[in-house]
Design a binder for this molecule. Structure first.
Ligand SMILES: Nc1nc2c(c(=O)[nH]1)N[C@H]1C(S)=C(S)[C@@H](COP(=O)(O)OP(=O)(O)OC[C@H]3O[C@@H](n4cnc5c(=O)[nH]c(N)nc54)[C@H](O)[C@@H]3O)O[C@H]1N2
Ligand SMILES: Nc1nc2c(c(=O)[nH]1)N[C@H]1C(S)=C(S)[C@@H](COP(=O)(O)OP(=O)(O)OC[C@H]3O[C@@H](n4cnc5c(=O)[nH]c(N)nc54)[C@H](O)[C@@H]3O)O[C@H]1N2
Ligand SMILES: [Mo]
Length: 669
């Protein structure tokens, strides 16, 4: 990104036209980052709560007063019979910068012996599935995608959530590639593809295994690749031939048999083939298994051999950085408990071994984004919970803080970024001075540590030192580059061939067998089927028939085009673009409920209720409704959002959140 600064003020932000991946444009939201940075509601000073929790009444405080209060309250928890594990860090993706995310924070929490947070809210099911199968999370080099002849966008809304991949897809289209989008919703991405396939949500494993049935049945697999690069492929073949016939898969996915046959044949016969598989399909009870099944398609056809072929979930495993040193993982005390962030409601209202007595939130807005919102808010409301929030704005979560600390934005602090969709390591140069009294996360944790008289070298390390720590001894794919060089060049491609073929024949996999583990003994040890399989959604007719009768609609709540999770919801231009909270519902489902376009409807289940304006549309298939998200409750008419209804249940692999495995009913208000 390029930032124009005039008289110390940022005036313009744009993509860097010379960057091979960004190519001069920004996504809809980040294009408004300057507006967001200078927003009239930016938090510029520390604040201490004066009203009831959730009311949002604060008074201005000095840094000294705020830090003193935090130090006293945390020390009191540490000294109490509950001990330091009653302190919980809560953070996720506010910034993805390496040092401003967990750099100093992790050192601090490990040093005081706080509970560990398992960061599962986004990608852990897919991450674990990929790691068990392929070892490292690597994928197709996006810059090679123009060579692909078949592109499948699977469980991803590329034009909304990953627009920088699109120019490469457009080039492939111009070269004659066929594009297919697999998504229960006809998104803008689906509209831009040659074909849209809309399976019942949570059934992608069956679809992928059905395609493999066709491929093996018709002899379209790449035997040479399977024999040299994988283990367990014969068992996979036997399973898909016996259990995943196109007829059975069609019934599971509610798709025509012909679609399964055609997709299988096309995928088996076309090379190079590229699958962009992303996170939509893993936010279901069987999401890990689904990711494993889809991820194995290019192993069956040998598509990994081709430039522009293969699959990409994430390229993050290509970045060999020294995060262990940055985060000082060696300081973690053995036996420290781990709390799963996707079950925050439970952690704050039920866990008592010890209970959570203090929580420090940074880079996250759990009161909007965490599942089962009612439980989360009940927890945040507890008078005996001491909550500190590091933020840019008074979010839903900030309203529950005891102490609110003003954090810097990416324009105001220094950092290093890796990526999960491309292969460049990037430097984040501060463009402007911190606004008001804002401080970076690293600086805030240094200050809290000092206020607690923690006198350890690693808690005093400067940002410069933290960045050097993460680069020092970085692994093979990360260029042996110094921080000074990175500051100079801004962005540098990893030391991998162009194009990068991460799993081409001859590569040794970072799995115990050194091969792609189609059959994975480590999964068997966990009591999970060692071969890929279809697991029905937790809230489906198959798994919960009674629940499915009472709540006949499957609710998806994927990102709205103008929001980044719950970030940017308070930016006027983007909120105008988003309009108001809506519920997309198929005409058949609307008619039987007497729902008309534009009416306000309540969407509910046993966990809670939210309201939205009905949009009757054929973009969703019958039985599926969609609520573009993630709204701030406080900016809606009745202080609710889609997470009132989502569940704290976890995925089969990785303990991930199951946002899209969620049954509801809808009625006119
Ligand atoms: N504009 C915008 N961009 C974003 C974000 C944002 O909030 N806004 N968030 C960022 C983050 S943190 C992430 S993790 C990524 C997420 O971006 P993606 O990986 O694209 O994931 P989602 O947006 O959750 O879901 C993508 C699509 O999957 C579909 N889907 C839901 N269930 C299923 C299913 O069972 N099968 C299939 N095949 N499809 C299904 C949804 O309808 C949705 O259109 O985007 C990033 N980019
Ligand atoms: N229903 C539903 N729920 C979902 C999802 C969904 O698709 N549907 N998506 C899920 C996914 S994929 C994810 S990743 C999570 C995301 O959940 P979060 O990681 O909580 O993401 P955001 O909602 O963007 O909130 C990030 C907050 O961090 C703040 N922030 C940004 N930069 C900094 C910084 O440098 N310092 C500090 N202190 N704060 C900063 C921002 O102001 C913002 O309020 O939500 C999940 N929740
Ligand atoms: Mo995410």
């Amino acid at each position: 990104m390029l930032v124009t600064v005039e008289d110390g003020r940022a005036t313009r932000m744009a993509g860097d036209p010379d960057h091979p991946f960004t190519q001069g444009f920004l996504c809809t939201k980040v294009a408004k980052y300057v507006e967001r940075t200078y927003h009239q509601d930016r938090l510029l000073h520390p604040q201490i709560r004066v009203g009831a929790k959730g009311e949002g009444q604060f008074r201005r405080a000095s840094w000294d007063e705020a830090l003193q209060l935090i130090a006293e309250r945390l020390q009191a928890v540490i000294d109490s019979p509950h001990g330091p594990q009653a302190i919980l860090p809560y953070s996720y993706g506010g910034t993805l910068g390496l040092i401003q995310s967990e750099g100093m924070a992790s050192r601090f929490f490990k040093r005081i012996g706080a509970s560990n947070l398992d960061r599962t809210i986004c990608a852990s099911a897919g991450a674990e599935a990929w790691t068990y199968t392929y070892g490292l999370r690597m994928g197709t080099d996006p810059e090679a995608v123009p060579a692909a002849k078949l592109i499948i966008l699977w469980g991803t809304n590329t034009l909304t959530s990953n627009p920088h991949l699109w120019p490469f897809i457009r080039k492939a289209k111009a070269n004659g590639a066929r594009t297919i989008c697999i998504d229960p919703i006809r998104t803008r991405t689906a509209d831009a593809c040659d074909e849209h396939v809309a399976p019942r949500p949570g059934t992608d494993a069956a679809l992928a295994l059905g395609m493999m049935h066709v491929i093996f049945r018709d002899g379209l697999e790449d035997r040479g690749y399977l024999e040299t690069m994988t283990v367990g492929w014969e068992k996979l073949r036997d399973r898909v031939l016996a259990e995943y016939s196109p007829e059975r898969v069609a019934a599971i996915c509610r798709l025509p048999i012909e679609t399964i046959e055609r997709l299988g044949k096309m995928y088996g016969e076309t090379r190079p083939s590229f699958i962009r598989v992303n996170y939509g399909l893993q936010r279901h009870g069987g999401g890990g298994s689904a990711m494993r099944a889809v991820a194995l398609l290019p192993a069956v056809t040998g598509a990994w051999e081709d430039a522009g072929g293969g699959a990409q979930m994430s390229t993050s495993g290509t970045f060999m950085l020294n995060t262990a040193k940055l985060e000082r993982r060696d300081l973690l005390q053995p036996g420290t408990r781990t709390i799963n962030m996707s079950r925050l409601g439970e952690a704050l209202t039920e866990t008592d071994d010890p209970p959570v007595k203090a929580m420090i939130v940074y880079n996250s807005n759990p009161a909007s984004v965490a599942p089962e919102r009612e439980a989360v808010l009940r927890g945040l409301r507890r008078d005996d919970l001491f909550t500190v929030v590091l933020e840019h704005f008074r979010t839903d979560t900030a309203d529950y803080a005891d102490v609110l600390l003003p954090a810097t934005t990416q324009l105001e602090h220094e950092d290093i970024h890796k990526a999960y969709g491309h292969l460049y390591l990037m430097y984040n140069r501060p463009a402007i001075e911190p606004l008001g009294e804002c401080a970076s996360n690293t600086e805030i944790f240094r200050r809290i540590a000092a206020a607690m008289n923690l006198d350890h070298d690693e808690l005093r390390a400067s940002d410069d030192q933290l960045m050097r720590d993460v680069l020092i001894d970085a692994g093979v794919t990360t260029p042996r580059i110094t921080l000074d060089e990175l500051r100079e060049v801004g962005s540098i491609r990893l030391e991998v061939p162009t194009p990068h073929l991460p799993y081409a024949r001859g590569t040794k996999m970072m799995t115990p067998s050194g091969r792609i583990e189609i059959e994975c003994p480590r999964l068997e040890k966990l009591g999970i089927d060692p071969l890929p399989l279809y697991l029905a959604p937790l809230e489906s007719e198959e798994r919960s028939p009674e629940l499915a009768r009472r709540y006949p609609l499957a609710l998806l709540s994927p990102p709205a085009h103008s929001f980044l999770n719950s970030t940017f919801v308070n930016v006027a231009s983007l909120r105008r673009a988003a309009g108001k909270p809506t519920l997309e519902i198929h005409e058949d489902d609307a008619r039987v409920r007497g729902v008309h376009n534009g009416q306000t409807v309540a969407i509910f289940n046993d966990r809670g209720t939210f309201t939205a304006e009905a949009v009757v549309t054929d973009k969703v298939r019958p039985g599926v409704v969609s609520a573009p998200s993630i709204w701030w409750g406080k900016l809606t008419a009745d202080n609710t959002n889609a997470n009132q209804t989502t569940s704290q249940a976890l995925t089969d692999l990785g303990g991930g959140a199951t946002f899209y495995d969620n049954r509801v009913e809808v009625r006119v208000l």
